[in-house]
Design a protein around this ligand. Structure first.
Ligand code: GLN
Length: 261
């Protein structure tokens, strides 16, 4: 199988580490010098997500919670904005951002060259790994064993794209939600599911008889997607992320949801 080399902008991750300067707490009001950005709705940071991707975003009652929801809230606070989250299909998020319906997409979204044609990405805030879920005892032991098998994926995710490239579209079943792919695995409609590692852990914990292969598929970086025109908001979000990284907020949000291994 051809080796995947992801076209990730790792520089962004470095920038996040190094530029922990920003404007201190001055960015907390909309009068601050770096607040010359506009948002779709004045005073509101409108974020698109797909809230079926635990622990990054999921419902707790009627509220959307998770790593992305908390990071977005912390960014909004820094920028003096109220956060509003809109739940939609993962496949619609980039369009919602690029057509100016929302300010930002935050959805465990991987930075890819293709998506960069339509949106700008913020500095990265987390790492994800595409992993393979199989039934316990499956003859699929490594990523290469997926050859010729039926693979369930979430529509338009990087897992979908890589599997179509590497194993052929005819072998890939696309579902709107990751959990739908996992349900298809439980009922034997597909032989494996390729999905990001953290949601994979949640889905495996919630369904007996499933396991995650040790053999990892692709390592990726997550970032917020923003409208290409709104570079002022991109800079403001990056400034807020750098401050949240520097003061430990980002780590504490991630650690709250992801148990250390
Ligand atoms: N990280 C994957 C992607 O960006 C999946 C994200 C998701 O399903 N929310 O395509």
């Amino acid at each position: 199988m051809k080796k995947k080399i992801l076209s990730l902008v790792l520089v962004a991750a470095c920038a996040l580490t190094i530029c922990a300067c920003g404007s201190g707490s001055a960015a907390s009001t909309s009068e601050s010098s770096d607040a010359a950005f506009t948002t779709v709705n004045s005073g509101v940071l409108t974020m698109a997500t797909n809230a079926y991707f635990p622990p990054y975003e999921y419902y707790e009652g009627s509220e959307i919670v998770g790593i992305d929801a908390e990071i977005a809230k912390a960014v909004a606070d820094k920028l003096g904005l109220t956060l509003k989250i809109e739940d939609m299909e993962f496949d619609s998020i980039i369009t919602a951002v690029s057509t100016g319906k929302v300010d930002m997409g935050l959805a465990g979204m991987t930075v890819t060259e293709e998506r960069k044609q339509n949106v700008n990405f913020s500095d990265t805030y987390a790492t994800g790994v595409q992993v393979v879920i199989v039934p316990e005892g499956s003859d699929i032991k490594t990523v290469d064993d997926l050859q010729g098998k039926k693979i369930g994926v979430q529509l338009a995710t990087t897992g979908d794209i890589y599997c179509c490239d590497d194993f052929g579209t005819e072998n890939v079943e696309e579902y709107n939600k990751g959990n739908d792919a996992v349900m298809a695995l439980v009922s034997g409609k597909v032989d494996a599911v390729v999905i990001d590692n953290e949601p994979a852990k949640s889905f495996v914990a919630a369904n007996e008889g499933l396991t995650i292969l040790d053999s990892e598929y692709v390592t990726e970086e997550y970032a917020a997607a923003l409208n290409k025109e709104n570079t002022a908001l991109l800079e403001a979000v990056n400034g807020a992320l750098a401050e949240l990284k520097a003061d430990g907020t980002l780590d504490s949000i991630i650690n709250k949801y992801i148990a250390a291994e």
